[in-house]
Design a protein around this ligand. Structure first.
Ligand code: LMR
Length: 398
């Protein structure tokens, strides 16, 4: 029966974990997957999470099925985080939020919903984008095209190309945008840039779909949500895939959400009803634990403050690693200007390394990065950064 099944290629990101785990060298470094490691090289369990978990364990609650759209207190907290505590949208009756299996699950729910309900089958993603964006939308039945985004010459944004690319899409296309901490480039839009993008999307009647997986890793929780809020103000209907994998260090719990801002109140109940059908036919209803933890933290002033502080600690440490990387690359003899690493935001740096150079880092030095040249700065620490920068300098030199 299965003789015709061909071996699939390794996943370009998660497949690196397999290669890394199989490497027996003691000083190996995993700069592949987007995971934050602390200064000791460990994935942290946040204090706010631990406190919420202790309280939850003490409750010894029964585990019945959740509603298909998840925990109501969680969904409401997601909306406050995205739109702001005082946003009039919270009581507008135009918001639908469904707890999802991480940010990836939210993207899939949105893709399926748009495909099934509105017949959408063309999506534009940034060039480059997170590798799984293309794969996920293709699996959901879409043709995936790209709009220009990154300018390798400046290590910055190609805004004109982006605007022209989005303009040229067939009217009504789904346009996927990274709301902050662009993955993989770390290059974000300014407020003025967003205003121009929103203008094109509005004129062309495209459907904006924002992916926000790194809220809090750029500047802070408020500023990182600015794209979400600008889109909301524009009056456009909007889809948002959000995730707590990184900001709560809850990767394996799969805690995310799909939020849909409808055009008017009357659309909300039908949209929710159809979204529930998508959920029911995919996985029935979401898991409890991670969302309960997040809901508890977000709905408790003390735990919220503790979490915000821990999140700031992660952000500050990543920024310090960026600075150290630039300095140490220079000290290791790299003469080209690597200052762009410090301008990039979030967990990643788009290093400019070629696929060959990345392959050499793995084979000669046991340092794993994505073949696009993306490296996870959040996996650097004082103990491994010298080895990493020395190795990068060596592959850049030869
Ligand atoms: C990444 O880009 O490394 C993360 O979002 C993890 C993943 O699922 O790919």
């Amino acid at each position: 029966l299965f003789s015709a099944v061909e071996l699939a290629p390794r996943d370009p990101i998660l497949g690196l974990n397999e290669a890394f785990n199989a490497d027996t060298r003691p000083n190996k470094v995993n700069l592949g997957v987007g995971v934050y490691y602390d200064e000791a090289g460990k994935v942290p369990l946040l204090k706010a999470v631990a406190a919420a978990e202790e309280a939850l364990v003490a409750e010894h609650a029964a585990r019945t099925y959740l509603p298909m759209e998840g925990i109501a207190a969680y969904d409401a907290a997601v909306q406050r985080l995205l739109f702001g505590q005082d946003s009039p949208l919270l009581d507008s009756g135009r918001l639908v939020t469904a707890q999802s299996l991480g940010g990836t699950g939210a993207l899939k729910l949105g893709a399926d919903f748009l495909h099934r309900q509105l017949g959408k089958s063309l999506v534009a993603i940034s060039d480059p984008s997170w590798e799984n964006h293309r794969a996920l939308f293709e699996a959901a039945g879409y043709e995936v095209v790209t709009y220009p985004y990154y300018d390798p010459a400046t290590h910055g944004l190609n805004l004109d190309g982006m605007l022209a690319g989005i303009e040229a899409l067939p009217e009504g296309s789904v346009v996927l945008l990274h709301a902050c901490c662009h993955n993989p480039t770390g290059v974000d839009l300014s407020l003025a840039d967003w205003a121009r993008v929103i203008d094109v999307i509005q004129r062309r009647q495209h459907v904006p779909f924002l992916d926000i997986a790194y809220q809090g890793f750029g500047e802070n929780l408020q500023d990182d949500a600015v794209a979400v809020r600008l889109f909301a103000e524009s009056g456009l209907p909007l889809l948002i895939a959000s995730s707590f994998s990184k900001s709560f260090s809850l990767y394996g719990e799969r805690v995310g959400a799909l939020t849909i801002l409808t055009g008017e109140r009357d659309e909300t109940a039908p949209v929710l009803s159809q979204l529930k059908r998508v959920i029911r036919t995919n996985y029935s209803n979401p898991p409890i634990h991670g969302a309960k933890v997040v809901a508890r933290v977000l709905n408790d002033a003390h735990l919220y403050a503790l979490w915000e502080d821990e999140l700031a600690g992660m952000r500050v440490r990543i920024k310090a690693m960026r600075q150290a990387m630039v300095e140490q690359l220079q000290a290791a003899g790299v003469s080209r200007d690597m200052g762009f690493i410090q301008r990039q935001r979030g967990m990643f740096s788009y290093s400019g390394l070629s696929a060959d150079q990345v392959a050499r880092l793995a084979s000669e030095y046991g340092i794993y990065a994505v073949s696009s040249g993306r490296i996870c700065v959040a996996a650097l620490n004082q103990g491994n950064i010298a080895a990493v920068t020395t190795a990068i300098a060596a592959v850049l030199r030869d």
